[in-house]
Design a protein around this ligand. Structure first.
Ligand code: ZN
Length: 316
């Protein structure tokens, strides 16, 4: 077993929760979702301490004050922006007030003082507090699910929101529908002091990243890691170590980050998935992490960056 795996049985020892480094992870809302009802949602709309996340055509609405952007609005502000109360859902409680999420009636131009920005650009800008980034993602995952699941998959009738937005239920056949969450395994394969990265044709020029793929029914996390790495790179994997997770609201994925130990080294690339795939030395990786070279890693908002950074830090 390579030193990386032998010497670091608990990766990032000393860090209570490595996921905290990942974007979208700082969600502090108290949800109590099991026990919510339409009554809680109605009470929240009447609560003067309620705050809302709002979305215009899929983009969070923001209000800048200097370099800082706010993403939580009062009911009066939501009203001024033309929110769609029908879309409103309850996310949880923050400080002493409920946090809701709703779409606004789509507009090309927002009222003066407001802007909207796609979620990726918003995170990269660094203008929104990490806690609000996380709850904005939370809200968008649920709103997208409602928008795309209006009809019962059992009988075809229109379903209704229940539990203040955490479930849907069909009034005809009474089937309950749960919010969708898609688990994806994302892994950095390591062979001694080098790691395996690939690039897909749609990546930014020069960017290489971890391999990744959806976990399929009947698979363990470890099984999915081994299958993906074999399918995409032809590399056999022995040990798999969990590192951290990242809610990824595009629209409702959970990225599960792992390190995987290579048990073979000859690459056979899946050309339908990847444009290139190769081994990178630790020194090369260090340069790529600065993102100032021709070859680069994904930005820090991505869990892939955090996996690569951890490999660089731990294997030095
Ligand atoms: Zn039904």
């Amino acid at each position: 077993m390579s030193s990386f795996f032998k010497e670091t049985p608990f990766l990032d020892a000393g860090v209570d929760d490595a996921s905290e480094r990942n974007a979208f992870s700082a969600n502090r809302l108290v949800r109590n979702s099991e026990h919510l009802s339409a009554h809680d949602l109605a009470m929240a709309w009447d609560n003067p301490n309620a705050r809302l996340h709002l979305y215009n055509k899929g983009e969070p609405v923001l209000k800048y004050e200097g370099n800082r952007a706010h993403a939580l609005f009062t009911l009066q502000e939501a009203s001024d922006l033309g929110y769609d109360a029908e879309s409103g859902i309850y996310l949880g409680v923050r400080n002493n007030g409920p946090v809701l999420a709703a779409t606004i009636v789509p507009v090309e131009e927002l009222p003066s003082g407001y802007t909207s920005l796609d979620i990726r650009s918003m995170v990269v800008s660094g203008a929104v507090l990490a806690e609000e980034v996380a709850t904005l993602g939370h809200g968008w995952s649920l709103l997208s699910w409602h928008a795309n699941n209006q009809f019962c998959t059992n009988c075809g009738q229109r379903s209704e929101m229940i539990q203040a937005g955490y479930r849907r239920k069909c009034p005809s056949c009474e089937r309950e529908h749960f919010p969708r969450l898609d688990p994806v395994s994302i892994m950095l394969v390591i062979d001694g002091d080098r790691c395996l990265m690939g690039r897909q044709p749609h990546f930014q020029p020069g960017m290489y990243s971890c391999l990744a793929g959806f976990i399929e029914p009947g698979e363990t996390l470890e099984g999915a890691v081994r299958r993906e790495v074999l399918e995409e790179a032809g590399i056999q994997v022995s040990a798999v170590r969990y590192h951290s997770t990242q809610p990824w609201p595009f629209p409702h994925t959970l990225m599960i980050g792992c390190f995987a130990q290579a048990a073979s080294t000859d690459i056979t690339m899946d050309v339908t998935e990847l444009e290139d795939c190769r081994w990178f030395s630790r020194d090369e990786v260090g340069q790529m992490l600065t993102r100032e070279q021709e070859l680069k890693t994904p930005p820090p908002m991505a869990i892939a960056h955090q996996l690569i950074q951890t490999f660089y830090d731990v294997s030095g």
